[in-house]
Design a protein. Structure first.
Length: 434
């Protein structure tokens, strides 16, 4: 008969030192205890009384950005089956590479982002309410926020920026074993039984992000159409502090396309006057959700004649490149034609099959093109609503992108963001048509 020998438990510690984790960029505050809960991402429906059948729905994204957050967001968006729901974001940041990838996914999916906390209803799975009393999006969270087609930020929000850090951690696994002895016939058999396992993590190296990481962040902000001032503010704020933007800075840096309550993300903006539409590409930053880019119809025989000026685009093959803007009133008094030519050291450059896309605040992307094979160096033409031209502010943030012909991906592409006074020549345009 086997009898269990009664022995005192011996704590046998077998430290298993894991290899140091690869250096990753993440926000420094995420390393301080207590760490934030991993981001919870889910489609929710408003839990307010009496809202059915028109209860609002949104994608809640709340908590720290961790490695698995991207895949969770991808699954959530796929589950929408093409529906466009706004993302309600509330986070202190986290892993930089993941946050950038999440922002890119949001932009490709054509979704808006607003900053607000989601309060999940107890006992009602999939139901929630919005809390806008103290919205928060700081550090790497801003990389996710930048991906929104529209970025709605309440004025009381804490939008925090600072330099990113490289954090290298070391994880030690501690296992407690109990030695158990059993008598089996004439012999005693010993074996170890695992009692408890714990992991201890400590930071072994922490330093400012490398230039490579800063360049990756810069490329992300450029691709999302943000003004370079937001990047400057981010990299100039020490990593051990946090700079929170004022509402005016949110607008000036273009991290916000609109400073307004988060509920504004549920509203549909008014499009420009009807025109042929171009599909198949995500809108530039600051443009309206769900609205396809507006592509102007060709205007045979109507060439804008009042030259407004030139917008420099740097150098092309060592010589200056500029975009010439000209305006003309059409038969419809509510519509303005905008003519665009590419000038290479003052000489017209072929515009045939090229496109120029304007991203204007809360508007569908406006696309100008030249489809006239007989005039390869002619003007690219777009139409704007006269009311929009007359009310757009000089400081409104505008994106201008010049794309090569669709079949020639190897050709040059140029991109600039900045105030309407500089990139749309707004004062001269207003004088011409208002």
């Amino acid at each position: 008969m086997t009898r269990l020998a009664t022995l005192a438990a011996l704590a046998m510690f077998a430290p298993a030192l894991l290899a140091p984790a690869l250096a990753v960029a993440q926000d420094q505050r995420a390393q301080k205890p207590p760490p934030p809960e991993p981001m919870r991402i889910a489609v929710v429906r408003e839990a307010g009384p009496g809202c059915e059948p028109g209860c609002r729905e949104w994608i809640a994204a709340q908590g720290g950005v961790v490695k698995g957050s991207l895949e969770e967001l991808r699954r959530t968006i796929a589950g929408l089956q093409g529906r466009k729901l706004p993302v309600m974001l509330y986070s202190v940041g986290g892993d930089v590479a993941t946050a950038i990838a999440m922002g890119e996914l949001i932009r490709r999916s054509g979704l808006d982002v607003a900053v607000a906390r989601t309060v999940f209803a107890e006992g009602e799975p999939g139901r929630a309410t919005l809390d806008e009393r103290s919205p928060l999006c700081s550090s790497a969270c801003t990389f996710v926020l930048a991906g929104g087609v529209r970025r709605i930020i309440p004025s009381q929000s804490r939008i925090g920026v600072h330099q990113q850090t490289i954090v290298e951690t070391e994880t030690t696994t501690v296992r407690d074993y109990q030695i158990v002895r059993r008598r089996e016939g004439d012999r005693i058999v010993e074996r170890r039984e695992l009692v408890k396992e714990t992991k201890e993590q400590r930071t072994v190296r922490q330093e400012l992000a490398t230039g490579e990481i800063d360049e990756k962040i810069a490329r992300h902000f450029d691709a999302m159409g943000l003004d370079r001032s937001f990047l400057t503010m981010t990299v100039q704020t020490p990593a051990d502090t946090m700079r929170y933007l004022t509402p005016a800075e949110m607008t000036a840096t273009t991290i916000a396309t609109r400073v307004a309550p988060a509920s504004a993300a549920f509203a549909r903006p008014h499009p420009l006057p009807p025109a042929r539409q171009r599909s198949g590409e995500a809108p530039p930053a600051g443009t309206a959700p769900d609205a396809a880019p507006v592509r102007a119809a060709a205007l045979p025989g109507e060439v804008p004649t009042q030259v407004l000026g030139h917008v420099p685009f740097g150098e092309y093959r060592g010589r200056p490149l500029a975009l010439e803007l000209a305006a003309q009133r059409l038969d419809d008094p509510q519509v303005v034609a905008l003519g665009l030519r590419l000038l290479f050291d003052g000489t017209p450059l072929s515009t045939r099959l090229r496109t120029v896309t304007f991203g204007l605040p809360d508007q569908p992307p406006l696309v100008a093109d030249n489809l006239d094979a007989a005039a390869p160096e002619g003007s690219m033409v777009a139409r704007l609503g006269r009311d929009l031209v007359c009310r757009i502010g000089d400081r409104a943030q505008v994106l201008v992108r010049i794309d090569p012909p669709e079949e020639d991906a190897g050709r040059e592409r140029w991109l600039r963001t900045g105030p309407a006074a500089e990139l749309l020549l707004a004062p001269a345009l207003r004088r011409a048509v208002c």
